[in-house]
Every structure is written in structure tokens, then in C-alpha cells.
Design a protein around this ligand. Structure first.
Ligand code: S3P
Length: 171
């Protein structure tokens, strides 16, 4: 078993990056970080406020700066990204340069949308279903640049997915 591999989880909003990351870190007995949480703690603002008040472009700058900080200053083995982090070229290059493996959690739009609707997390880029679906379709071609790809079936729990990743990637 190789327990030293570090990875980032990417995929659309609502696919379960944070909860899969939590379970995977528990299975690995490893440290995990969540980029969205890290940003809100560092910036002392909610991501939704940053996007709504400063705009998405400004948010992407803040997100990239925080990703840099997280990767330079911490060595967590499992990192859950925000849904748009992997879409930015500079972020993908940094993740590769740092030697982390990227894992794309893919599900259907309807499954992600269901989770978005039932979550308490405020997501400014997913307030409108048609716009969110368009974003989902546009982003697929970039998510698929990740090193690994796991297809999430709606009947899988976050733990099932974490275990699947562990079995296929760490054993
Ligand atoms: C975003 C996804 C969100 C958060 C921000 C922007 C996106 O994270 O980073 O609202 O662009 O897809 P989750 O994927 O964890 O919801």
C-alpha cells in the first residue's frame, strides 16, 4: 500500500468533493483540507459574498492565491477543491507542478443539482438551473484533464466513493 500519494478532488458543485474527501482522509488516517473552507477562514468572508460583491473574476484571483498558499504551506494528503478551481489553467499547472494527483468525481447534472438544492451551502453560480447546466456542460472538457476519473452513481454514499478510490488508487 502506498499511503504517501497526495491528491486533489475536483468535479462539479454538489458532486460530493468535501464529504468524499472527509471519508477518504478518515480511511487513510491522513490530513485533509477543503479549499473553500480555507478561503473563507483566510479571507474572513463567505465565498458567496466575495462572488456577489466583488465578482467572479476577483474571486478566481483570491481562490488561486489561496490554493498557492495551501499547497506551499501545508502538506495535507487529501484536498477538496471548489468546483471551479480546476478550470483555471494556472491552478491545474500548480497542482501538477507540486506532484499531486487529480481525481475527477463525475456524476450527472441532475444528481449534482439535487444535492445543490438540498444543501445549505450558498452557491452564487448555481442559483439558476439552466445556467448551472450550461456551466456543467462547458466544464466537462476541462474536468476530464484530471489524472483519474470516478463515475459517481446516485446510489453510492460518500463513504462508498471514498472506499472505491482507496481500493483502486491506494491498494
Ligand atoms: C464554485 C464552487 C463552489 C465554490 C464557489 C464557486 C464553482 O464550491 O468554490 O461557489 O465555480 O463551481 P463547491 O464545488 O464545493 O460547491
Amino acid at each position: 500500500m502506498d499511503n504517501s500519494k497526495r491528491l486533489v478532488l475536483t468535479g462539479f458543485m454538489g458532486v460530493g468533493k468535501s464529504s468524499v474527501g472527509r471519508h477518504l482522509a478518515q480511511i487513510l488516517k491522513a490530513e485533509r483540507m477543503d479549499l473553500d473552507f480555507f478561503i473563507e477562514k483566510n479571507e474572513k468572508r463567505k465565498i458567496a459574498d466575495i462572488i456577489d460583491i466583488d465578482g467572479e473574476d476577483a474571486y478566481r484571483e483570491i481562490e488561486s492565491a489561496n490554493l498557492r498558499k495551501l499547497l506551499n504551506e501545508y502538506d495535507a494528503q487529501v484536498i477538496s477543491l471548489g468546483g471551479g478551481t480546476w478550470i483555471v489553467d494556472e491552478n491545474r499547472e500548480l497542482i501538477k507542478r507540486k506532484g499531486l494527483t487529480s481525481i475527477w468525481l463525475e456524476s450527472t447534472f441532475e444528481h449534482c443539482w439535487y444535492n445543490i438544492k438540498f444543501s445549505h451551502k450558498e452557491r452564487p453560480l448555481a442559483r439558476d438551473k439552466d445556467k448551472a447546466r450550461k456551466l456543467f456542460e462547458d466544464r466537462k472538457k476541462i474536468y476530464c484533464l484530471a489524472d483519474w476519473h470516478f463515475i459517481i452513481k446516485p446510489e453510492y454514499s460518500s463513504y462508498d466513493i471514498a472506499k472505491l478510490i482507496y481500493d483502486e488508487y491506494f491498494l
